[in-house]
Design a protein around this ligand. Sequence first.
Ligand SMILES: C[S@@+](CC[C@H](N)C(=O)[O-])C[C@H]1O[C@@H](n2cnc3c(N)ncnc32)[C@H](O)[C@@H]1O
Length: 315
Amino acid sequence: MYGRHPVADASRASRAILSNLLARGAPGLYVRLTQETGRGRGAETAESVAQYFTTCFFDYFDQLEVPPEAIEDALRDKHLLEYGPGDVPGVALLMLAHGAARVTCVDRFALSQRSPFQLEVLQCLLDGLDPAARERAAACFVRPDDPASGFRRERLEYRVTRDGLSGLNADVDLIYSRAVLEHVNDLDATFRDMAKALKPGALAVHQVDLKSHGLHRENPLDFLTWPVGLWHWMYAGKGVPNRWRLDRYRQAIENTGLVIRHIESTAEALDEDVAAVAPYLAAPFRGLDKATLRCLGFWLVVTRPAPGDEARAAA
Ligand SMILES: C[S@@+](CC[C@H](N)C(=O)[O-])C[C@H]1O[C@@H](n2cnc3c(N)ncnc32)[C@H](O)[C@@H]1O
């Protein structure tokens, strides 16, 4: 817990503040030095990463209650928005292969660099597709079927923007993200961007991981004991977890006029860990109920209500 070992705290804080200054001043250099992929530091092969994206792709439709045989109908001619694709727009490629007209990927950090490994992952994804899907995917590259030539911008656009916001306006049929919302630097701004980008009646689906991402010490929740200001100085430029809990997501959604369709927990802390950390929690987490503190991840489906939805719901 923060405060119980002041020397260790001071040493960790000073190192983190220095690297945070580098990340803020030279984000491109920081990303290169840390070799950030968005998928953690485990050993990877092109096949395992392609398999990860394939799992992500089907998970989204599972959450949206779209069976596999109905995915192409659901995607046909649709414009999709992905927040935080990481270093390979693998899920976006699968969306295009299964019928989407266009995918806009938006990130706060420039992770996608078309390295040999990233191209190999795209090739593996292409090779795993059935002939019709492969033909659709192949047509998305500048030179058909050649990932090294890059994506045609009118099919897949990768944008790096301030705060990772899309700036789109009632233009998007489906928004998705995985392991991104817990990293965004301004959760309210991201939900506002989402609410504005969606067409009325359209859906957004997100998987959110509220775990510490390796930033805890004795208890999986003790990263919530660092004071907010200090955490900001240590990590704000690096895209590490913003630490917001489910209560803040509900609040941000309500503030933007989006409506929750579905929330499903994906991981829970132990009651004994919640009890042990409770007396040391930093201000925004103090007083949260046990269920909120226990939640270590969730699926979220929200919608931008179409005009007349409220009247229909009340009738
Ligand atoms: C843990 S990675 C997940 C990458 C990918 N979705 C996956 O599942 O492999 C988090 C991603 O969110 C991006 N990100 C961080 N802050 C963001 C923001 N404010 N807006 C959009 N994306 C952001 C990161 O650059 C990175 O691409």
